[in-house]
Design a protein around this ligand. Structure first.
Ligand code: AHM
Ligand code: MG
Length: 332
């Protein structure tokens, strides 16, 4: 079953997905097609992002480059429209939820088996200033009968039920990081080929690292044990790095080793990040890479969800660092 991990660097995402599918003789290819649809949508977003500076400052240039009939849109709205369209056209998704939409979006493909939760363009404060942003997605097999309309229950299965999750980081290069529950692989986008190429097979997060990432301006609001942990990081002269794009901060810490913290604050008593399309998918990837993710009390993936857009505190990254933070919480 781990055949996919043996694929060499340089393999295209398409071939990787194909190979994976043949490793599962009963797979029908629908998840494979869905992953391809996600990749295609992300290429379109990548194109839009790279043009953003030319499009009248991320708004519309009214040049016909915009999503049809949707001029004067911000990039995050454009990304949302693109992903929804790609998943509708792809046919493998019966419904999705998005950070940009209050309610469940039904694609009309009631015979499809999968539902998707997505943050189409995360790190919105960075869009206008040319700093890295990302897309985050999470995929479930529906639990309602095929042929019926998907319901809330399909989205509130809990993080441990995800069949796949991934993110795309639009950074100094564009990379797609993916898990289907058998480890984590990273595919760097080759612009000239229009292909994602396997560049980071079997990604493993270092057990510890030198980096802590949080919005230090909020420190006085953090729970006392978190403050104590941060004090320790600073006493040990760890490096503070915070981009303000979860995908970029997570990705750096995944590669180099580190911890990302978004605790509850006075202004945001549940934390800021959204459980279904930010915390769950990142937690799935972290655990699959040997890292950990918790909310200060339990594993993120074990949290029982109650609503589509609920928030959660998030502590995620290198296992030893999360363990140490949890130890401080226990000792108060
Ligand atoms: P967004 O979904 O509105 O972009 O907010 C999510 C982002 C994360 O990417 C990032 O880690 C966090 O918000 C930064 O928040 P803050 O500016 O409070 O530090
Ligand atoms: Mg977001």
């Amino acid at each position: 079953a781990l055949a996919n991990l043996a694929l060499p660097v340089g393999t295209t995402l398409d071939r990787y997905i194909m190979q994976r599918q043949t490793a599962f003789p009963y797979a029908t290819g629908e998840l494979s097609q869905l992953l391809r649809d996600m990749a295609l949508a992300s290429k379109i977003i990548n194109r839009e992002i790279n043009r953003a500076g030319l499009m009248d400052i991320t708004g519309s240039a009214g040049s016909g480059n915009n999503v049809q009939g949707e001029t004067q849109q911000k990039l995050d709205v454009v990304a949302n429209i693109r992903f929804i369209r790609a998943l509708k056209n792809g046919g493998e998704v019966c419904a999705l939820i998005s950070e940009e939409d209050e309610d469940i979006i039904h694609t009309g493909n009631d015979n499809a088996k999968y539902v998707v939760a997505i943050d189409p363009l995360d790190g919105s404060s960075n869009i206008d200033v040319n700093v890295s942003i990302g897309t985050i997605f999470s995929i479930y097999r529906r639990i309602t009968p095929v042929g019926s309309k998907a319901t809330l229950a399909d989205f509130l299965q809990g993080g441990d039920q995800q069949v796949a999750a991934g993110y795309i980081l639009y950074g100094s290069s564009t990379i797609l990081v993916l898990t289907t529950g058998e480890g984590v692989s990273g595919f760097t986008y080759d612009n000239s080929l229009g292909e994602y190429i396997l560049s980071h097979p079997n990604l493993r997060q270092p057990r510890a690292g030198q980096i802590f990432s949080c919005n230090d301006g909020n420190e006085a609001d953090y729970p006392i044990p978190v403050q104590a942990y941060l004090r320790q990081c600073k006493q040990q002269r760890l490096t503070g790095r915070y981009i303000g794009s979860l995908v970029a901060d997570f990705h750096r810490n995944l590669i180099k080793g580190g911890i990302y913290l978004y605790p509850q604050t006075a202004r945001l008593p549940e934390g800021k990040l959204r459980l279904l399309y930010e915390c769950y998918p990142m937690a799935f990837i972290a655990e699959q890479a040997g890292g950990r993710a918790c909310n200060g009390e339990q594993r993120i993936l074990a949290i029982a969800p109650t609503s589509l857009h609920q928030r959660s505190p998030l502590f995620i990254g290198s296992s030893d660092m999360i363990n140490q933070l949890n130890g401080m919480s226990l000792n108060g």
